[in-house]
Design a protein around this ligand. Structure first.
Ligand code: VOV
Length: 250
C-alpha cells in the first residue's frame, strides 16, 4: 500500500514563545534604583523590537500571563532561527532576566497547510498568503496559546486518511473559524521536529470570552472532536511599555 499524500505546507517566520516566571521575592528585595535599571534595560530592548517590526524584520509582543503557570510571555516572530536564539540571549543578558526564569517555551514556524492550492502559481507571491506567513502580531488586549496534535491512534489516525478526507474536514474547520472574523486572529505554528507537539496555536482577541467561544465551538468540528489532542493552555493580557512598567512597580 502506498503512503498517503503528505500535505504541501508553506512556512513563514520562525516563532519563539518565551514564558517567564518572576521571582517576586528577589524583585521586592532589590533597591528601587536596581529595579528601575532592570526595567530600563528591558524596555530599551522592547523599543528596539517594536521599531524593527516590519514585513521583513519580524514582529514582537509582550503579555502578562494569568494563573500560576507564568507571569510574562514574549512572542517573537523572526525570519531566522538564529535571530530567535539571539533574542533569548539578549533578554538573558539584561538585569531584568536575573529576576525571571523561563519555565516554558515553544518553538515553531508560521505554517499554512495548503489544502487549497492553485497549481502553477507561486503562493508566496500572493499578498494575502504573505500577510499570513509574515504576520505582524495584533496588539489586541488578550491572547491564548496552546500546543496540539492530530491523533495517530489505531482507529482514528489523521495521517492515514486520504488527502480528500482531510481537505473536507479542514474546510469545515475553516468555515467555523471564519465566523470569528474581526473577533479572533490566529497564528498557527508548525512545530514537528522543533517542539513536543505538532502545532502551537496562538489566538488573539479583544474580548477574552471569544477565546473560550472559538475553542469550544471548534470542539464540535470533527477535526477537533475526533482528531484534536491538546496540551496546556495559557492565557494573558497585552502589555505596552506603560503596562509593563506598572506591572513591576512596587
Ligand atoms: C480565526 C479562526 C480560524 C480560522 C479562520 C482558521 C482557518 C484555517 C484554515 C483555512 C486552515 C487550513 C489552511 C491553513 O491556513 O493552514 C487552518 C489550519 C489549521 N488550523 Fe485553523 N483556523 C482558525 C482557528 C483555529 C483554531 C482555534 C485552532 C485550534 C483548534 C482547536 O480545536 O482548538 C486551529 C488549528 C489549526 C491547525 C492545527 C491547522 C493546520 C492543520 C493541518 O492539518 O495542517 N485553527 N485553519
Amino acid at each position: 500500500m502506498s503512503a498517503n499524500e503528505a500535505l504541501l505546507t508553506l512556512e513563514g517566520w520562525f516563532t519563539y514563545h518565551d514564558f517567564r516566571k518572576m521571582n517576586w521575592e528577589k524583585w521586592k528585595k532589590a533597591s528601587s534604583e536596581e529595579r528601575q535599571a532592570a526595567l530600563d534595560e528591558l524596555t530599551s530592548l522592547t523599543r528596539v523590537w517594536n521599531d524593527a517590526e516590519s514585513e521583513t524584520g519580524g514582529s514582537t509582543a509582550v503579555y502578562s500571563v494569568l494563573g500560576h503557570k507564568a507571569d510574562l510571555c514574549f512572542i517573537f516572530l523572526r525570519p531566522t532561527m538564529g535571530e530567535l536564539d539571539e533574542l533569548k540571549t539578549a533578554i538573558n543578558k539584561t538585569r531584568f532576566a536575573d529576576y525571571t526564569e523561563t519555565d516554558y517555551s515553544y518553538i515553531s514556524v508560521v505554517e499554512l497547510s495548503n489544502y487549497v492550492n492553485n497549481p502553477g502559481q507561486d503562493p508566496k507571491a500572493n499578498p494575502h498568503v504573505r500577510e499570513r506567513l509574515y504576520p505582524i502580531l495584533p496588539k489586541w488586549n488578550h491572547f491564548c496559546f496552546y500546543p496540539m496534535n492530530k491523533k495517530r491512534g489505531e482507529k482514528d489516525n489523521w495521517y492515514s486518511m486520504t488527502m480528500d478526507e482531510r481537505r473536507e474536514l479542514m474546510q469545515t474547520h475553516g468555515l467555523t473559524g471564519r465566523k470569528y472574523a474581526g473577533k479572533i486572529k490566529q497564528i498557527i505554528g508548525g512545530s514537528v521536529g522543533y517542539d513536543d507537539w505538532e502545532w502551537g496555536v496562538t489566538l488573539f482577541a479583544h474580548d477574552p470570552i471569544e477565546l473560550k467561544h472559538i475553542v469550544y465551538e471548534m470542539r464540535f468540528d470533527e477535526v477537533s472532536a475526533r482528531y484534536g489532542e491538546f496540551g496546556t493552555f495559557l492565557v494573558g493580557n497585552y502589555l505596552n511599555e506603560e503596562a509593563l512598567r506598572k506591572m513591576f512597580a512596587l
